[in-house]
Design a protein. Structure first.
Ligand code: SF4
Length: 234
């Protein structure tokens, strides 16, 4: 598998203390991406690591997975390496390791992959297809289809919305869409815009005035609650 970077974090990408792998390559090109160097399919900084090498490394790290922790695969877009990812997820489940993926939700193999995942995080960046294409470079259709599949299958799903001034600040539009479905097994989180990865764009960053206030995040939380949707903050 092509891995750009790895490291531990606590409860930001799934529960407990987790070993997080950033896989190389993404099919989206979000204009605010904080991991822009993870977007190209190839990157000389990414390492080719076999599934068996990863299993060895993860099992050696087992003592670190405290407080319900485990392993998270993110990106880039982890589902682009679906065959190896599924093999790895199956082996981790056999070994009793808790797994999580954070995905942009567009994979045509979403159901097949997520069947092997313990904790699923899906990012949804816009409620409107034309705007999604404009900011992300790809259609929203597959993302919606996969999110709706997760709702209907009753599996746990954690949906994250990056809230960006001038891009998607319409809590009602998001909440009205989600409230069309049974979201008993879903939680929603709002991530205020930041510019941590701006330097990686090497002067080509295109978002201006993207920051939102705490009040805007509160408006999202209040609107979602008003629609009966559960919100979380990690
Ligand atoms: S989906 Fe994630 S990794 Fe891919 S471009 Fe968007 S923010 Fe970056």
């Amino acid at each position: 598998m092509k891995i750009l970077q790895k490291g531990f974090n606590y409860s930001q990408d799934g529960p407990g203390n987790r070993l997080v792998y950033h896989l190389q390559g993404c099919n989206f090109s979000c204009k605010w991406c904080s991991n822009a160097d993870s977007i190209p399919k190839d990157n000389p900084k990414a390492k080719d690591v076999s599934v068996s090498e990863l299993i060895d490394e993860i099992l050696r790290s087992r003592m670190m997975f405290f407080d319900g922790g485990g392993v998270t695969f993110t990106g880039g877009e982890a589902t682009l390496q679906a065959d190896e990812l599924i093999e790895l997820l199956m082996l981790l489940r056999e070994n009793g390791i808790h797994t999580c993926i954070e995905t942009n939700g567009s994979s045509p193999r979403f159901a097949e992959i997520t069947e092997h995942v313990d904790y699923l995080i899906v990012d949804m960046k816009h409620y409107d297809d034309a705007e999604h294409k404009k900011w992300v470079g790809s259609s929203l259709t597959d993302v919606k289809k996969n999110i709706e599949y997760a709702f209907s299958s009753g599996r746990q799903i954690h949906i994250r919305i990056p809230v960006i001034n001038g891009v998607n600040v319409d809590p009602t539009a998001f909440a009205e869409y989600f409230s069309l479905f049974n979201t008993d097994n879903a939680v929603f989180e709002f991530l205020a815009y930041h510019e941590y990865g701006k330097d990686k764009w090497k002067g080509k960053y295109q978002i201006e005035n993207g920051f939102v206030s705490d009040d805007v995040i509160k408006q999202f939380t209040d609107e979602f609650k008003k629609h009966g949707l559960k919100t979380v903050s990690t």
